[in-house]
Ligand binder design. Structure first.
Ligand SMILES: Cc1ncc(COP(=O)(O)O)c(C=O)c1O
Length: 459
């Protein structure tokens, strides 16, 4: 084959990298303590991502037609009901759900997993790795028994650990495994398909926490063979208060409604003895009592369409390039240590956590913000057991989510999304290098457990 053809073939095989998707806030300028303004670099997208421009435009176009859902005879109520139910179908397509799966609109991943926890059959055992976000670690207290599995060193070890734990359980009782698709701390991808196979081989079911996966990779319920999947609209560029729980209908249909109220009930009648008899819906509506958040659901559906049209291969290729730019840009800075369970080269989404020798992470994050206009997160990222393990155990008693205590050992997280421009990542790399080399140019103090720039000025 001539050389030119070989090159063309190699280039064609690479997934093409797309341009950043337009998001709201891309031109917002923020002041620097050192003077002047810069465009805000939103590099905390694992916490919450800005709305896609497309989502915002869709919501704005629909807003004048807003009406009540499932409870009005008027034209706009009918229209809104149609949009709400179409949004359900769009999400089912986005997740490649099976026939008969339900899509329940919730408030968030936390809400979705709590809903599923409330729907567990009696005596259900739950298996969960200690590495999970608290939203996936904590809702299971009502389960028959919860087994917390130690952090694995590799994806293969994760599967082996789950196999071992499931082998010991009562094979006839119900069981659920809860696992993340991508870690909110390390960004690493978990072996979901293999874990699902292990769960099913032992008669257990599995729920995928896709809060960090769905914004970055295609999620197919069918291919991964997971029983349920949960994600949040606000991490999927649709910050309008909706989340999703999708998957098998049976446990959901047999459970008590998550909330009791209108919308979940089909008929309510007074009994002769003065009590009340209720017949509940047997569809997703059973767990959606109250007036549904139609704008939130519509926004989620709009984001699902926008991401599908952009193509996850191109989005992931772009994000890989950004991750590479950070790793390579900081490779010769020994003070910067990235956190990882499965090794530095493990496949990951655009989420990286690190510590900087000699720096309190809260101080470092405050300097990135005040001196460079870069928004990252510091703390334990609502995954305390995992971050403690990665930091070597002692985190000096860092406090609750978002409020690390002064002097506590915690980490810094930088995370990208579909709208992150290269310039933000280049600025981040430059800022980290300068701070490590030259120190902060401003003085900082601790207020309510957070480092903030001192009004008194330059260092
Ligand atoms: C992996 C993971 N699971 C669950 C959650 C909870 O999501 P939410 O706060 O939207 O409920 C988060 C949030 O950061 C997350 O990263």
């Amino acid at each position: 084959m001539p050389a030119a053809t070989a090159t063309a073939t190699a280039v064609a095989a690479e997934p093409s990298v797309c341009a950043p998707l337009p998001v709201l806030g891309r031109d917002v300028a923020v002041p620097l303590v050192t003077g002047g303004e810069v465009t805000y670099a939103a590099l905390d997208q694992a916490a919450s991502a800005p709305a896609l421009q497309r989502v915002w435009d869709d919501v704005a176009a629909y807003a004048p037609y807003y009406g009540s859902v499932h409870r009005g005879a008027g034209y706009l109520s009918q229209l809104s009901t149609d949009l709400f139910e179409n949004a359900r179908r769009t999400v089912a397509e986005f997740l490649d759900c099976r026939d008969g799966d339900e899509v329940v609109f919730t408030r968030s991943t936390t809400d979705s997993l709590n809903l599923l926890a409330a729907a567990l059959p009696d005596g259900c055992e739950v298996f969960v790795f200690e590495t999970e976000h608290h939203a996936a670690l904590l809702p299971w207290r009502r389960a028959g028994r919860v087994t917390f599995l130690d952090a694995p060193d590799s994806p293969a070890q994760a599967v082996a650990a789950l196999e071992r734990a499931l082998a010991d359980r009562d094979p006839y009782g119900p069981a659920l495994v809860c696992v993340t698709g991508a870690s909110n701390v390390t960004g690493e991808l978990w072996p979901v398909r293999e874990l699902a196979a292990a769960a099913h081989a032992h008669g257990a079911r599995i729920v995928l926490d896709a809060a960090q996966l769905a914004p970055h990779r295609a999620v197919s319920v069918r291919e991964l063979d997971v029983d349920w999947v949960a994600f949040s609209g606000h991490k999927l560029y649709a910050p309008f208060g909706s989340g999703v729980l999708a998957g098998r209908a049976d446990w959901l249909r047999e459970a008590e409604p998550y909330l009791a109220g209108g919308g979940a009930s089909r008929t309510v009648v007074r009994r002769a003895d003065g009590g009340v008899d209720v017949r509940w819906h047997e569809t997703a509506a059973r767990h959606e009592a109250g007036s549904p958040n139609v704008i939130g659901a519509y926004a989620v559906a709009s984001a699902c369409k926008a991401l599908t049209e952009a193509g996850f291969e191109a989005l992931a290729a772009r994000e890989d390039a950004l991750v590479c730019a950070v790793r390579e840009g900081l490779a010769d800075v020994p003070e910067v240590r990235f956190l990882s369970l499965f090794g530095d080269d493990a496949p990951r989404v655009g989420v990286l956590s690190f510590v900087v020798d000699g720096w309190n992470s809260s101080h470092f994050a405050a300097a990135l913000s005040a001196e460079y206009g870069i928004g990252v997160r510091d703390g334990l990222f609502c995954a305390h057991p995992l971050v403690r393990r990665l930091l070597g155990g002692d985190t000096g008693g860092a406090g609750e989510c978002g409020a690390p205590e002064p002097g506590a050992l915690n980490a810094i997280r930088v995370s990208f999304g579909a709208g992150t421009p290269e310039e933000h990542v280049a600025r981040f790399v430059r800022a980290v290098r300068e701070l490590v080399r030259d120190g902060a140019r401003w003085t900082y103090r601790t207020v309510d457990g957070r480092c903030v720039p001192d009004a008194s000025g330059r260092a």
